[in-house]
Design a protein around this ligand. Structure first.
Ligand code: CA
Length: 586
């Protein structure tokens, strides 16, 4: 056995409480090195006649990546405490692995075992329950719909009359969203994520001037209240977007600093290096990237902290928003986020806090800062498989399995899954405008764990390159919409609602990546049912032999409603075909 590769740490990823009763324990071993793992478990205070009482349960192989196999077990300790170790075996040997290393057999000394001291309620990672069952729709307000021409900024172009430029205005506003709530409800979405709506000078509004005002191009506070009220009536949640890392260039305190320098009462609001403050040739203050128009906030300054925390509180308290999406979240200090969480959750414990982080995000996901981050690893792997096509099916499965095991399951359930946004080229454009590929991407997005988000217009086939190209006006002329694609998305959203296994009730396990070179398969299952998702991502027929044995009469194709002709677990997938199959356990 390759002991160097055996790895477990009693931290928040390998050993964590899923809720007040259940613990998840995970172990990593070298790929295809270990045949099975038993988890030895007992209460640390349960002894009889001088020996510790423990039992054994077998762990499930929950996936494999390029190098490792992952093993998972679900334990419900009677007294909320657990002492545990691993018994690993293959054809050649059997070993015990505990906190202090390896033994030939389970040691008598309980000190050799790993320890989960107690499931304390306060330490359990808890995201709002509703997020698990939400399907989001991202709206870039300037480009969704123009509902009030009286608010249009100077130089506004007729809707969709040309491709957007960096500084174009087309007059989109909150009334436009209100006017199209029927469309969104019909599509089936249950959450709207708005990119920033606060006062700012650009069309994207990430350059905030006033965190307490709605940009007048979009409407006013009364209109926002009306919009949120209408959304609530239709069961649609509302998430706003804020930039707390840096202000806009025209943010009055920064302008004051530029004007008065050292004499400005706001000089400690930013990270100024020296005086006078200069913006060129290079800024002498901390910025986002090297952009002089984005001065970084000093979030350790009590006044700045108060200003930004009050922003968080104000929109939660006065407008009853359901979520905050936080821009450039990992460059802001974590002490600030801890306070932010405690402040906004004290107003609304059910408010979803979503950080924009592109990398491994565990430091922010320990339950004291964010509920979730944007799942860029998912989008990246989907892009590589379907758009760039530089990833094999096997690599896709391995990469996704690795990401899945980087986070606890209760974090995965609320991870924000996106396949495109205002910051990326349109997914259809990336797929060489092949709607069949996009249909498959939506099939994955809407049958995967996490909380999926559709970028406005992707569902009707909008195209466009990197921004500003990906920020075209929404197409409202139905004859110019891809209705087949839209119907497919609508059907999948409905399916996700009808079959909770497809949302977050079922465990996701990829079928072994050597199943086929052309097809991806994964199951979503609980004790009673399994839903199998199969996608042939190639232009050739594929004959898949499934490793699971279910009886033919119980397989139903959820997309068509037909019974599946299923012989001996063999299955033929047409080129680029997707099947979502429900199986009843015998
Ligand atoms: Ca308008």
């Amino acid at each position: 056995m390759f002991k160097e590769a055996v790895s477990h740490r009693a931290d928040r990823v390998d050993a964590y409480a899923l809720n007040e009763k259940e613990l998840h324990i995970r172990l990593k071993t070298k790929k295809q090195d270990v045949q099975g793992v038993d988890l030895l478990i007992g209460d640390p205070y349960d002894w009889s006649e001088g020996s510790w009482n423990f039992t054994s349960i077998s762990m499930t192989k929950s996936g494999s990546d390029q190098l490792f196999d992952y093993w998972t077990a679900n334990v419900e300790p009677e007294y909320k405490r657990l002492r545990y170790g691993f018994s690993l075996y293959n054809k050649k040997e059997s070993v015990f692995y505990g906190e202090k290393g390896f033994h030939h057999s389970p040691p008598e000394d309980i000190g050799e075992y790993f320890c989960f001291p107690y499931i304390n309620k306060a330490d359990i990672f808890r995201a709002p329950e509703w997020v698990k069952n939400t399907v989001w729709y991202q709206i870039f307000p300037e480009r969704f719909a123009n509902g009030d021409q009286s608010l249009d900024p100077k130089g506004t172009k007729p809707w969709g009359s040309e491709d957007p430029k960096v500084d174009s205005f087309f007059g989109g506003d909150l009334q436009g969203v209100l006017d199209h709530l029927d469309y969104l409800q019909d599509l089936g979405i249950s959450g709207i994520y708005f990119t920033p709506i606060f006062k700012a000078s650009s069309n994207h509004k990430y350059d905030t001037i006033d965190y307490f005002e709605i940009d007048e191009q979009f409407g006013d506070k009364k209109k926002l209240k009306e919009l949120i009220g209408e959304c609530q009536k239709r069961g649609i949640r509302v998430m706003l977007d804020a930039v707390f890392n840096h202000s806009g260039y025209y943010f009055p305190p920064f302008q004051d600093v530029l004007e008065k320098g050292e004499a400005s009462r706001y000089k400690d609001w930013f990270h100024l290096w020296d005086f006078p403050v200069q913006i060129s040739p290079d800024p002498n203050y901390d910025t986002f990237g090297f952009t002089h128009t984005m001065p970084k906030f000093n979030t350790e300054n009590p006044e700045v902290k108060n200003y930004l925390l009050e922003t968080g509180r104000y929109w939660a308290r006065e407008f009853n928003i359901d979520g905050w999406r936080l821009d450039v979240a990992n460059e802001v200090d974590q002490a600030f986020w801890r306070e932010f969480r405690s402040e906004v959750k004290s107003i609304n414990p059910d408010l979803y806090i979503l950080g924009e982080i592109w990398h491994d995000s565990i430091p922010w996901l320990k339950g004291d800062q964010f509920d979730a981050v944007m799942n860029y690893p998912l989008s990246n792997n989907i892009h590589r498989l379907f758009a760039r096509r530089d990833l094999t099916v096997k690599e896709f499965v391995e990469n996704m399995t690795r990401v899945q095991h980087m986070y606890p399951e209760n974090i995965n359930q609320v991870t924000f899954n996106l396949i495109g946004s205002h910051d990326t080229p349109r997914i259809l454009t990336e797929c060489q405008e092949d709607p069949v590929r996009l249909k498959q991407i939506f099939s994955i997005l809407l049958t995967f764990y996490g909380t999926p988000c559709i970028y406005y217009g992707d569902e009707i086939g909008l195209t466009g390159d990197q921004d500003p190209g990906c920020r075209k006006c929404m197409e409202w002329d139905e004859t110019k919409q891809d209705r087949m694609l839209r119907d497919h998305v609508q059907r999948l959203i409905q399916l996700r609602k009808n079959e909770p296994l497809l949302a977050n009730e079922g465990n996701l396990i990829f079928l072994p990546s050597d199943l086929s070179e052309q097809s991806i398969g994964y199951t979503r299952s609980d004790d009673n049912n399994t839903i199998l998702v199969l996608l042939n991502v190639s232009d050739k027929k594929d004959h898949v032999k499934l490793p699971i044995n279910y009886k033919q009469q119980d397989a139903i194709d959820l997309l068509s409603g037909n019974t599946i002709d299923w012989k001996h677990g063999k299955f033929t997938l047409q080129p680029m075909e997707t099947k979502i199959i429900k199986l009843h356990h015998q």
